[in-house]
Design a protein around this ligand. Sequence first.
Ligand SMILES: Cc1cc2nc3c(=O)[nH]c(=O)nc-3n(C[C@H](O)[C@H](O)[C@H](O)COP(=O)(O)OP(=O)(O)OC[C@H]3O[C@@H](n4cnc5c(N)ncnc54)[C@H](O)[C@@H]3O)c2cc1C
Length: 488
Amino acid sequence: MIKSGAQHLESLRDGRTVYIGREKVTDVTTHPAFRHAAQTIADIYDLKADPARRDQFTFEEDGERYSMYFRRARTRADLEARMGLHRAIAGVSHGLIGRSPDHVTSFVTGMSTAPEVFGERADNLLRYYEHMRRNDIYAAYAVIPPQAARNPEFYQKQNMAIPTLRVVREEADGVVISGMKMLATGAVFANEIWIGNLIPLAPTQLAESITCALPCNAPGLSLWARKPLEPQAPIEFENPLAYRFDESDSMVMCEDVFVPWDRVFVHNDAVLARDIYIKTPAHCYGNHQSNVRFHTKMQLLVGVASRITQASGADQIPAVRETLGRLAALEATLGGMIAGQIQDAESWPAGHMTFNRRYMYAALNWCTENHSMLIDCVRELCGGGVFQMPADISVMQDADLREKFETFWQTPQMGAVARMKLFKLAWDLVGTEFAGRHQQYEKFYAGASFIIRNHNFREAPWAHFHQVVDDLMASYDHPGAEPAAGAD
Ligand SMILES: Cc1cc2nc3c(=O)[nH]c(=O)nc-3n(C[C@H](O)[C@H](O)[C@H](O)COP(=O)(O)OP(=O)(O)OC[C@H]3O[C@@H](n4cnc5c(N)ncnc54)[C@H](O)[C@@H]3O)c2cc1C
């Protein structure tokens, strides 16, 4: 099934429980905190459903049509087709919606190419993959324990349950889970939530190892949203990004939520709970999407940087051009890292092809390390221009103020209103609360930086690197190591 935007919005009116502070939101598609971002997600669905892009964004299997991000790649062309849809989807939000509908679905699609990793629950995973693609499901995920879970003794001393999500009992037809998980980006706009563990668990954390999928309206499940940014952006001209692209982040609270067995993918297995992401192509499929999304955002950043310098005339200064050249080089570097994931794709799992995992992890690390530097660079190019503008564009509604604004705020390169529009966009990208949330997102969405480096460490061919060193050292020795002439 290929859902339309309107069908997706309809699917969100399902009685889910979403809190903003103590306010319970009844309809996320119309609430002023969420409605524009909900429409952006609907736009993504409409993009995929466009009949003119049918062969590009969808594929047919056994007589059914599915979104291209459900394609299990067997060739490089399949990987390219996946990348093409990621790029198009990222384009809808200029890379500012991180957990778009192609993220978690890509994880699950990657898993479905190696279902044997799930052992006795392999069929559950395959059925879930089938359910997702048949119903064009948008899933978010919450795969990190809350920070409080680090101090279990604090709770034990008070005879309280540790707040991290766990199985509290088994029933004949499923399990019951309670507790909290962080931090499901996009969940208020999604149909389902994947619960799991991307960070290794201790071998004793069996109840916490539960990996399952829940509909967002499951009885007992509530989403506690962080402060939404859309209400602070009522006028698109003033905050063009927060206005449409605040994807939201929510803590997931489960109070005695029932999960039927066929939606349980891992239970009572602390090692498997993590292995399913790295012993299947899940991480490669899902984080390739993240790389492409970041690349799209970089193009916006570099474009804004250049336009800002044009607006002030600074683009003619050699030192400023050098900065722009550096930004362009960095953008191309990431483009190359993404293309390389297909060029050097891996024949893995049997019968399939997967994005090169080392290049994918390297790109993930590169993005995490460089985002703040890129933002800082654009901030520096903005100078004080962002604060030279009037408080808001209402000045245009007063004839006297308008005339002064248009006269004094123009530059030889650009009119006053166009300058203000550009600087408002730039500030929403680098300076507002929306921009600050993005800084945090880019640092942490794939785990803290030491986790990302651990992935890079794990996948590196150390034996090969060591052999290179050993072969080199074996090619020479210290003077006198050879037998002395005349010795027997
Ligand atoms: C905007 C945003 C969106 C997110 N979206 C999602 C989502 O959709 N789904 C999801 O599941 N999660 C999501 N997350 C959560 C994210 O995965 C976590 O924030 C991340 O894994 C880091 O965990 P933490 O926040 O508990 O930080 P901590 O683990 O508490 O880390 C805090 C700091 O301590 C350092 N630190 C901690 N332990 C070590 C160590 N052993 N060695 C070295 N340094 C250490 C870290 O590097 C970091 O600097 C999101 C986070 C953010 C900020």
